[in-house]
Ligand binder design. Structure first.
Ligand code: NAI
Ligand code: MG
Length: 500
């Protein structure tokens, strides 16, 4: 529940935003937060119960839209992680012996409860993460439920998932899952649903700035009557994550986050027989050919880089324009960006919400300074104003960025686009592939043959044509090179959780 003070703060943010409407008028429509009850002090979810840590150490999570503290979270120690792993181990035998149909039933129940409490989940996600309520409500939470429904359906069909299997393959055991803050509940669903469908048990750690929706998921899991210990949720930061990774009784680690931490984890499990999947960073190319439907492509670019404040691993952060249309596209982009509404994430009209944390805000600003020093042409919309409080950044781009520039190589993870041009299909392909990453790419063209030729030559796990940032539980997702390995989603998303 929000305090009167928090309510007043939210209103202040929205009033500030209202006055930015130089070019466009709209009435703010603020989502009520009354539906959400936040515990001031939160426990760990171990063995089906909310429990205190032995150490009772806490840290704060805040609302990045205001900078206000939302709640305190337990910092789980190695001892707490050990309790969680023990609970998961104890639950593994009975859970893995249940019929697939039974396991599926629990997953369906969780999916339905998520749907029932979707408004509450959406508001909480927006409060803790800073993403626009429209995104949590219309994209994230529906996809969370969809992932549970989708993998519920696989639970009794595992023998058909793996080509050549004569019976259902066996689960791996206890799985340690570490997720980031950009899509908190969705990443939890991507991880928990397939693991459970395959018969594994889980110890999951949400990111330290966005743990609240996972704790609400723990309540839902309890309400669904999932056997104790099948899912355990421990909060904390890097040390807690490392305690999961290094626990000797973990059979598999699934990680989504930065490439740097992914490398640390890969080294940690290198001398063990733990299985590992990594979903890491990206610097994805978004290619527009001259024969593309330009206005649609511009919308695609906007969605590709400014969706979720640009905190998206597969963000289309490098825009490659065919030279003949470059100027037109850049002008249209500028005009479109003037109309983006940045502000109170709880306002249903908001397009771009708050940057998730002060640290990310600093990182983005530093990279923009680097971009300016290196000499790209910087643009930010002049009619967009930012609320006085909280962490906000204007959507922006650098034009005429060469491939040597930092902005072409380093993941910003914010609303910052790097634009360059190409003359031939071959040049578009080689520029797109000139990256240490390989997570996603986008292609805009009216010619099917050109799309196929380009897509076949791109080294990226996901390739969108004439659209961008579309997600569905049936499609596998994952990268090449420094974007990681293993796939999540679809039939392929079962493989990392099965002993094949
Ligand atoms: P991070 O990689 O440190 O955090 C991701 C998760 O890993 C969090 O739950 C964190 O507590 C945990 N973690 C941190 N250190 C760990 C360790 N040694 N062992 C086990 N778990 C550990 O990412 P951070 O610091 O939040 O963001 C920094 C940058 O990373 C971002 O600016 C962005 O560029 C990138 N990033 C990419 C993501 C993606 O989806 N590709 C997601 C999050 C961050
Ligand atoms: Mg937070």
């Amino acid at each position: 529940m929000q305090t009167q003070e928090q309510k007043k703060k939210n209103q202040e943010v929205s009033t500030g935003e209202q006055s930015l409407g130089a070019d466009f008028d709209y009435a703010p429509s603020i989502e009520s937060t009354d539906i959400v009850k936040i515990n001031p002090k939160n426990k760990l979810f171990i063995g089906g119960k909310f429990v205190d840590s032995a150490e009772k150490k806490y840290f704060k999570t805040e609302n990045p839209a205001t900078g206000e503290t939302l709640a305190e979270l337990t910092e789980a120690t190695a001892k707490d992680v050990d309790s969680a792993v023990k609970a998961a181990r104890k639950a593994f035998g009975p859970w893995s012996k249940l019929s697939g149909q039974e396991r599926g039933r629990y997953l369906y129940r969780i999916a339905r409860l998520i749907q029932e409490r979707s408004r509450e989940l959406a508001v909480l996600e927006t409060l803790d993460n800073g993403k626009p309520i429209r995104e949590s409500r219309d994209i994230d939470i529906p996809l969370v439920a969809a992932h549970f429904f989708y993998y519920a359906g696989w639970a009794d069909k595992l023998q058909y998932a793996v080509p050549g299997a004569k019976s259902a393959p066996k689960p791996l055991g206890v799985v340690g899952q570490i997720i980031p803050w950009n899509f908190p509940l969705l990443m939890a669903a991507w991880k928990i649903a397939p693991a459970l469908a395959c018969g594994n048990t889980v110890v999951l750690k949400p990111a330290e700035t966005t743990s609240l929706s996972c704790l609400l998921l723990a309540e839902i899991i309890q309400e669904a009557g999932l056997p104790e210990g099948v899912v355990n949720i421990v909060t904390g930061a890097g040390e807690t994550g490392a305690a999961i990774v290094n626990h000797p009784d973990i059979n598999k680690v699934a990680f989504t986050g930065s490439t740097d931490v992914g490398k640390i984890i890969a080294r940690s499990v290198a001398n063990t027989d733990k299985k590992l999947t990594l979903e890491l960073g990206g610097k994805s190319a978004h290619i527009i050919y001259e024969d593309a439907a330009i206005d649609q492509a511009v919308e695609g670019v906007i969605n590709g880089i400014f969706f979720n404040q640009g905190h998206v691993c597969c963000a289309g952060s490098r825009l490659l324009l065919e030279e003949s249309i470059a100027e037109t596209v850049v002008e249209k982009l500028k005009a479109r960006m003037e109309k983006i509404r940045v502000g109170n994430p709880l306002d249903k009209n908001t397009d771009v919400g708050a940057i998730n944390s002060a640290a990310e805000h600093v990182k983005i600003k530093k990279l923009i300074e680097t971009g300016k020093t290196e000499g790209g042409e910087y643009f930010e919309p002049s009619s967009v104003n930012l609320p006085a409080k909280g962490y906000y950044h204007k959507p922006c781009f650098f034009n005429r960025v060469s491939s040597a520039f930092t902005l072409s190589r380093v993941e910003v993870f914010g609303p910052v686009l790097a634009i360059s041009t190409f003359r031939t299909t071959q040049e578009a392909i080689s520029k797109a592939n000139d990256t240490q990453y390989g997570l996603a790419a986008g292609i805009w063209s009216e010619k099917g043959s050109k799309i196929h030729k380009t897509a076949a030559a791109l080294k990226a796990g996901v390739i969108w044509a004439n659209t961008y940032n579309k997600f569905d539980p049936t499609s596998p997702f994952g990268g090449f090179n420094e974007s990681g390995y293993g796939r999540e989603g679809g039939r392929h998303g079962l493989f990392p959780y099965l002993d094949i």
